[in-house]
Design a protein around this ligand. Structure first.
Ligand code: MN3
Length: 223
């Protein structure tokens, strides 16, 4: 009996260690396409620096900020529910890691995935009047965001669609967000996302963004 007891204790300890390791350290996921795949809308050099340097830094700094903390056992999506209570280094780098992973996957080099599924088109028409009006409003929101941040298309808990912006590396999953919901699409409007190619012309960058959006993925996320 005593042996059995210590054996199950050992198993519990191993399982506990594995669960902790499943979360940290966080790693940079591979891009779903090459760094030149979104040319000419998103240039190769920007992709290389944005993904390889900026995103990597969020991952490294997140791992550093979580060192020795119980928070590393918590999934990022669950951390965001208590974002307003998190140390700034955890909140900013956890947001930075999650938002960029979401952003890379919001774009595609596949022609067929760039076509908008009819259920997405219909839902957008219902909510915004037309796809063109939606794009205009999304772009306007992106331009109105002062300084660094993100513009999002989200699905709110009542299943409606909405456009919202978040400052810095915040996102609509955070308890602090002015409008909360499930992200369907995001555009990074930090200058580092576009300055090398577009300089101060954020509007042209967002116009280019429409050409590489993975609309199929928006459809997969739409409930
Ligand atoms: Mn960025």
């Amino acid at each position: 009996m005593r042996h059995f007891f210590s054996f199950s204790l050992l198993i519990a300890l191993i399982a506990g260690t594995m669960a902790a390791n499943a979360q940290t350290p966080y790693k940079l996921k591979s891009l779903p396409y090459s760094t030149s795949a979104l040319e000419p809308y998103i240039d190769t050099q920007t992709m290389e620096i944005h993904y390889g340097k900026h995103h990597q830094a969020y991952v490294d700094n997140l791992n550093k900020a979580l060192e020795g903390s119980d928070l590393r056992r918590t999934k990022l999506e669950d951390l965001f529910k208590q974002a307003s209570t998190l140390p700034p280094a955890v909140r900013n780098n956890a947001g930075g890691h999650w938002n960029h992973t979401f952003f890379w996957e919001a774009m595609t080099d596949s022609k067929s995935r760039r076509e908008i599924p009819s259920k997405v088109q219909k839902k957008i028409e219902q909510e915004f009047g037309s796809l063109e009006v939606f794009k205009e409003q999304f772009q306007k929101a992106g331009l109105a965001q002062f300084g660094s941040g993100w513009v999002w298309l989200i699905q709110t808990p009542d299943k409606r669609l909405a456009i919202t912006t978040t400052p810095n590396q915040d996102n609509p999953l955070m308890d602090s967000a002015t409008l909360k919901g499930t992200p369907l699409l995001a555009c990074d409007i930090w200058e580092h996302a576009y300055y090398l190619k577009y300089q101060n012309k954020r509007a042209d960058y967002i116009t280019g963004f429409w050409s590489v959006v993975d609309w199929k993925r928006v459809g997969e996320k739409l409930k």
